[in-house]
Design a binder for this molecule. Structure first.
Ligand SMILES: [Zn+2]
Length: 67
């Protein structure tokens, strides 16, 4: 539960799609590496990224993650 993640999703107002923070239910968020990029770890397939964009992680979850 992090308040500032909530704020980010409110600003984005991604209508019709999943909220941008929904991937964090499936992916563990690591450190912010640079603007818009994070270290991350998939809870399902154990894939890890040393840095990746949220949009790429969303794409990964919907298209490539085996689960
Ligand atoms: Zn995965």
């Amino acid at each position: 539960m992090s308040d500032h993640i909530e704020e980010l999703s409110i600003k984005k107002k991604n209508r019709g799609g999943r909220p941008s923070n929904s991937i964090w239910k499936d992916i563990n968020k690591g450190e912010a590496v640079s603007s818009g990029k994070f270290a991350a770890f998939c809870k399902y397939c154990k894939n890890t990224w040393s840095r990746n964009k949220i949009s790429k992680l969303e794409e990964y979850l919907s298209n490539y993650c085996p689960d």
